[in-house]
Design a protein around this ligand. Structure first.
Ligand code: DQA
Length: 144
């Protein structure tokens, strides 16, 4: 099973950005966790991070026919991007949305998720472990 993990803007700043909200674990720690998850779950995981909305749209389009599942943390684009929502709908690849922080307990503008409207499941407030849980869900539901 091939899973694409997509991360949006500022996720590469983990460990530096607002540690009180996102924790002290770094982006490198996230990459290690994904490698470990791939081994444990016996799936292939490709991670891609971008600070640019259109690049994320391109990656979603390129995933068609290449990946069996998408784990996406669109970061700030979660709350603004109809383009990412439409791209996820266009490819119809099973997708899970992840947020490191508990967006429900934060500012009002974080309560809307456009990308989430095209995702089967949303995992929030679980820290980096949310990515592992998302991969596990895709494996259990669509694994082959
Ligand atoms: C985030 C939550 C978003 O509101 C924020 O803009 C992010 C990260 C999270 O993982 O908790 O950059 O997606």
């Amino acid at each position: 099973m091939k899973i694409l993990v997509l991360n949006g803007p500022n996720i590469n700043m983990l460990g530096i950005r607002e540690p009180g909200i996102y924790g002290k674990q770094t982006f490198a720690d996230l990459l290690s966790l994904l490698e470990e998850t791939a081994r444990q779950e016996q799936v292939s995981i490709t991670q891609f991070q971008s600070n640019h909305e259109g690049v994320i749209v391109d990656k979603i389009q390129e995933a068609l026919g290449a990946y069996d599942g998408i784990v996406i943390n669109p970061a700030a684009y979660t709350h603004t991007s109809v383009a990412i929502l439409d791209a996820l709908k266009a490819v119809s690849i099973p997708a899970v949305e992840v947020h490191i922080s508990n967006v429900d307990a934060r500012e009002g503008f974080r309560q809307i998720s456009y990308a989430g409207m095209a995702c089967e499941k949303t995992i929030k407030g679980q820290g980096l472990d949310g990515y592992r849980q998302a991969v596990q869900y895709l494996k259990e539901t669509y694994g082959k």
